[in-house]
Write a protein of this length. Sequence first.
Lengths: 104, 369
Amino acid sequence: MSLAPLELKQVGPKHLGIVWNDGHQSLFNVRNLRLKCRCAVCVDEWTREELLKDEMVPSDIQPKRIESVGRYALKVEWSDGHDSGFYTFEHLRALCECPLCKTR
Amino acid sequence: MLFRSKNTDLTPEKVLEKLRTVQDPDLHRDIVSLGFVKNLKIEGDHVRFDVELTTPACPVKEQLKAQCEAVVKSLPEVKQVEVTMTAHVRSSAQQANRIALPSVRNVIAVASGKGGVGKSTVTINLSMALAAEGARVGLLDADIYGPSIPLMMGTLDAKPESREKRVIPIEKFGVKMMSMGYLIPPGEPVVWRGPMVHGALTQFLSQVEWGELDYLLIDMPPGTGDAQLTISQSAPLSGAVIVTTPQEVSLIDARKGLKMFQNVKVPILGIVENMSGFVCGHCQEVTSVFKKGGGEKLAQEGGVELLGAIPLDPEIADTSDSGTPIVAAQPQSSVSVRYQQIARKLAAHLSVLTLKTEGQFKPLSMEWQ
């Protein structure tokens, strides 16, 4: 069975918790998540140049809504109006900020 | 509900104990622990019960029925056994509120990568074969530029009605259908860029009144572009079926189609090889017009099953062109029997997959507070 999230949880104003189907639990700082967006607006499709710069993202950015895309990704609508980014489950898991994943 | 009868030693427990020896060959568990036995009633020496399968298109339905009858009859207290086979199709992905198609239990994409392999013909006949088994079936023509369902299903003049901003699908041969062909004048081309295609498909998924369906089959257009992405993203697909003809030039695109579904985590339910040899009407000799073994090769490479092969047969083209597909026009023909077998295999695969992956995937949505 392929990796998929089973539960999304808001943890305080700045963190998103995800429970995965393999039992792993992730905690993400939401601003870091916004900065890792790989959509065509944030990363140039041809050159892979990072178009989204740290200073362009408000310090108090928050998701407004998060929902599944088919069976493979999550879509986030952000408080700055950005809504074109998909986070594939693999990408999201690779971004996990828990101490175990970070030291890997 | 279990009713204990009064004047005999025959108890529901005794009957269930016997039924525990009957295994579902696909799920590898006995039918009692699977919860298939329902409405068990004992009246004197007469036993009645339902066996509720996970699909009406179960390939071993008759076998199971005979087995159930035999094991219960082996009880000395039993004179008569009445088994009713029913089905409750489970949903492969629990539907979240805002996601399209809440009343559809399983959405199956039929795709090929390459055009011209007979995808629409296969999709139509499979949907009718599933309906013939008693399943509630819908058929969505996702080929916006080249819709073929209206012609093949003899519904060229049909115009869907709408009620409260919902479009009512066209119904024929026991199948509910929607196609771009119903919405534009016949013969008119659809000259659209990608985003318009996306919009039309999204509406087909969200604004068509499909009602309760066990299976919605989506006849995909060729390629791996806008339409495929929209479908993969808008609905939690239960799985995909890949149609190919046997030769390499078809396989090369079919591989890409297969890979695309794997990339978006849609399970591949199997391969159908179409135009698989021509059987001579006079001497029955098989001519491999498009080489041999392509479907098998693709199935092996992709680690998936070959669901079956459909030969080249002029009757298929004739029946499709005349608007009564072969499964309806000639249900006893060898081609129709093959379609029936493929439909049963497909339904069985999906049932197994659903049970195996239960609780492993769930569409999610949340509002940030």
